[in-house]
Design a protein around this ligand. Sequence first.
Ligand SMILES: Nc1ncnc2c1ncn2[C@@H]1O[C@H](COP(=O)(O)OP(=O)(O)OP(=O)(O)O)[C@@H](O)[C@H]1O
Ligand SMILES: [Mg+2]
Length: 577
Amino acid sequence: MSSSELKNTFYPIYYFLKKYPKRSAITVLALLFSGLAEVVSFAAMIPLLGLAIFQDTEQRELGLLETGISKIFDIIELDMTMGGILTLIVLMMGLKSFLSYYAMKEVGYICTDVEVDFRKRMVNSLLYADWRYYLNNQTGDFSTAISTQVQAACNVFRATGLVLAGLIQVGLFSTMSLTISIPITIGGILLGLTVMLFLRNFVTLARVSAKTLAKHEGTLLSTLIDCLRGIKSNKAMSMQGRLQKYLEQDIERLAVMRKRIILSSAVLKNFQEPVQVVGIAAALYALTSYWKGGVDELLVLILLFYRSGQRLGNLQIYYQQIVSAFAPFWFVSNIISGAEKEREDLNSGLVASLNGSIIFDKVSFAYDSKYVLNQVDLEIKIGDFITIVGPSGGGKTTLTDMLLRFNEPSAGSITIDGTNINNLSKSSLRGLIGYVPQETVLFYDTIRNNVTFGDPQITDTELKEALRRAGAISFVNQFPDGLNFIVGEHGGRLSGGQKQRLGLARALLHTPKLLLLDEPTSALDKTSENDILNTLKGLRGTVTIIAISHQQTFANASDKKYILENGNLSKLEFSKN
Ligand SMILES: Nc1ncnc2c1ncn2[C@@H]1O[C@H](COP(=O)(O)OP(=O)(O)OP(=O)(O)O)[C@@H](O)[C@H]1O
Ligand SMILES: [Mg+2]
């Protein structure tokens, strides 16, 4: 095994143990004692059988185990009678069941706690990643990671618990059977290992398939999400047939991998038994033909053989489950670490203020090698209301992205109140800004939660005021459920203009000092647009407004108008009417 393989294998197990070391240790102890209790109850069967067969223990020589059991009876000051032994067996089996119940429950609970922890870390790392991170990753990967893959990853621990329990038991059984017969025990262990070796390839098959499965699942979910997001235009152009084929390909590929894993576990589950039975039959034949010891010991030996065979078989099944869980474990871990690596530093830097002006000084910006902004000069005084127009792809959204520090200038600088925005903390800078994007994305939730983001601190009075100023209150009031109206998937139960107004309400609720509006009225009729313009006019002087808009009325309402073309910004003179 190479060092990276070693890490791939042992790190996931270590990860769980490290998370809850105390609980893991107690669980292992519970497993150990549960195994011991079972062994004691098996050992007690020898004197029990001895009593049943020979009626009197005094008639024969006591074996090692029997001596041990009679010691236990001495300690608890009980006679080694049939009733006493039976009571011991029942007590030990009861203890075994209780301890193994406790251990399995604990393993399950630890898994669930780790699942919760994984999911919280994932949400946290995803929410705080740099926005460029999302451009290069599939949404489907996130969806599958947080739902099925997290759960599958936790099988590492569940199955490790089971393997450990099995190993402890096989170990104890073997020790016990060694006290009865050394050659038979060694023969039994060799037999078990041969069966495992024989079926090893199926374990590898499961591991490899699990890795591909996670990736395919992510792709399927991404495609499905995108298809549904664009369902209207897809249907409008009768694209269902093509999309169906596209999705079905992903579904089929998924099924191939799933079937490989199923094949592997079915082979392990079902071929182990006949192989074991043949082995055990041969061993039994040898035992009965050449066995020199007592019938009682022989019976217990057979019992031990049978139980060890079962355990060994399960061991391989659980081992297969562990190795199949490595892929999901790494899938989830890589998403978290990938997003954490791209974590935005929100807090370092000076606290932003806006009391003077915003100045773009020869700001240039390029995506890869393509220049989108070219030596842009712009001064915005506090309380100004400016409009930027320009052809599509001209760089308008990019310019507002620079103010939000989503992108940094490749040359030149942007200062606010004389401080370069690169030196301002992103959280305080963005705290000043109300942003209305080109496309408002809504949750499948109520209007209230969509505007307040579920913040219970915001009162309905504050919310209604923001809705009123955004020109949204009249349509909200028309819904029978009012603020509790569910807007549908991506706000599909609202018109484009209504969505825009909710987007504006979100921004206004933020009580911003700077409003960035990216075509806020592109989907509105004249009346609604006028409502919003009146709101903006009312804000003039107290709030600085940068609006991107092609609406002439918008430009007319603003103090200054600029055009951004091929990355060059120039001021447009216009006469106000
Ligand atoms: N993440 C990105 N990576 C590479 N290029 C990008 C990226 N985002 C935008 N661009 C490119 O930058 C240019 C300017 O885009 P931008 O979104 O700023 O234009 P815009 O003026 O807002 O256009 P519109 O009016 O259509 O919204 C476009 O040519 C676009 O293809
Ligand atoms: Mg744009």
